[in-house]
Design a protein around this ligand. Structure first.
Ligand SMILES: [Ca+2]
Length: 454
């Protein structure tokens, strides 16, 4: 008991001596981003066919987000995630192909550049898809280390057969292999990520792990191939779950659990033709099934375990949230669309942070959600080019008055257009959508243009 008084005195004096916790903690951050994984593709979000024990555990130990939004396709979502802005604001309007000469503008401040301000070690391991030319690669956007395919795994010589160059596997900014064995990618990415965590266990680190799977062509290693109850897709999902397990085991072994925020989510809905129950639509569509993603966040002692958050959130909120967590001011000379959602993460009963979400079709807002109401100005809110790139076969709403209005609380499957019965709501949401889109168009920033192109 003799120690009590000096300890108490120290605690009382600490604020006066400037020893108070003025500096936010610097948690490690692991962001696992899956390609084309739909809302109901994993156990915690309703898939009872595949085995996802590690994701089940992650959800038990963390928080599930049930209204977490991405965009209809890959590059759009990655632009949102990296910048905290709707992709229309940073002029990444669809899927980038090898022939494209644009990329995320080098002047954009990415997630990695935010955490770099606090000395984080950073890596991007997997599919980048924001420009493959050297000036657009992750190593030019704040990532110390890059390993992966710069775009989708079906954009190589072996697949589309349209004279595309061989699929490049890049380390840093050098192509180290072409047309790599895709069955080994999940394993190789995982081993690289685990190695990075081990190497930087003493420093705060940010691991961004955007897997190539479960984008077509699906592939998995021998330990998973043919083992699931859901074909090639199930095999690939189960290997991604294994990958999550490897990351979690490494954090536990290194005693980093309590100081590491782990986020798991996806870039868009399931590949065309598959549904994302209870939602309508798939990849390439702005129906909920195309853009509402499974999302789990775990941070023991901070995020309440085994909880669910139903408030609107999305990948545009990740950047302002990281900035808040580590005490960095987002750049002030530009508009961000995302919001700091730490209040949602730390309190399962928190009220909404943002009540409104815009659904982007190509380079403009095409639908809006406010509370439970969702309004499409036309069709399913995705532009033709995006749908073609995604191979979307989802049928847009037919007939009836345009625009179309749905109540997501009573009709999550977007089956009943109730616009005719709710003219005031239609008018209010339309006005809001058009005003917000006009603001984005007025303040949008250009994409980067590859050197030597125009
Ligand atoms: Ca995708």
């Amino acid at each position: 008991m003799k120690q009590t008084i000096p300890l108490l005195a120290a605690l009382l004096l600490a604020p006066l001596l400037g020893l108070a916790a003025a500096e936010p903690a610097k948690p490690n951050i692991v962001l696992i981003f899956i390609d084309d994984l739909g809302y109901a593709d994993i156990g915690p979000f309703g898939n009872s066919k595949v085995r996802t024990p590690h994701l089940d555990k992650l959800a038990t130990e963390g928080m599930k987000f049930t209204s977490f939004y991405a965009t209809p396709v890959c590059s759009m979502s990655r632009a949102c995630l990296m910048t905290g802005c709707y992709n229309a604001r940073v002029s990444i309007p669809g899927v980038l192909f090898p022939k494209d000469t644009i990329g995320l503008h080098p002047n954009e401040v990415t997630l990695a550049e935010i955490v770099k301000q606090k000395g984080y070690a950073t890596c991007c391991i997997g599919k980048w898809h924001l420009g493959w030319q050297p000036e657009f690669l992750p190593t030019r956007q704040g990532f110390d280390h890059y390993f992966g395919l710069p775009y989708s795994n079906d954009m190589g010589a072996g697949n589309r057969g349209r004279g595309l160059p061989p699929l490049p596997l890049i380390k840093g900014d050098k192509v180290i292999e072409t047309e790599p064995d895709q069955s080994q990618l999940t394993r190789r990415y995982t081993e690289d990520a685990v190695g990075f965590i081990r190497e930087h266990k003493a420093a705060p680190f940010f691991v961004y792990l955007p897997h190539t799977m479960v984008h077509h062509p699906l592939a998995s290693s021998a330990a998973f191939s043919g083992k699931s109850q859901q074909g090639d897709l199930g095999d690939a999902i189960e290997e991604v779950d294994w990958s999550v397990g490897q990351i979690l085991a490494t954090l536990q072994e290194l005693k980093l659990d309590d100081n590491t925020l782990v986020i798991f989510t996806s870039d868009n809905g399931p590949a065309s033709g598959r549904a994302a129950p209870p939602y309508r639509g798939s990849k390439g569509s702005n129906f909920e099934g195309g853009v509402r993603e499974p999302c789990i966040m775990r941070w023991p002692g901070k995020i309440p375990a085994g909880t669910t958050c139903n408030q609107i959130a999305g990948n545009i909120d990740i950047l302002p949230t990281f900035a808040k967590l580590i005490g960095v001011e987002p750049v002030k000379d530009r508009v961000l669309d995302g919001r700091d959602i730490t209040t949602l993460m730390f309190n399962a009963n928190a009220g909404p942070v943002r009540d409104t979400h815009l659904y982007i079709g190509g380079d403009k807002a095409a639908a809006i959600r406010q509370g439970d109401w969702k309004l499409f100005l036309k069709g399913d809110g995705a532009d033709k080019k995006t749908k073609k790139a995604a191979g979307t076969k989802t049928k847009p709403p037919k007939g009836g008055p345009v625009p179309s209005l749905y109540n997501l609380a009573t009709d999550p499957g977007e089956t009943q257009n109730v616009a005719a019965a709710n003219p005031e709501i239609v008018a209010r949401l339309k006005k809001e959508l058009l005003a917000r889109d006009a603001e984005i168009q007025a303040n949008k920033r250009p994409a980067g243009q590859a050197e030597g192109t125009k």
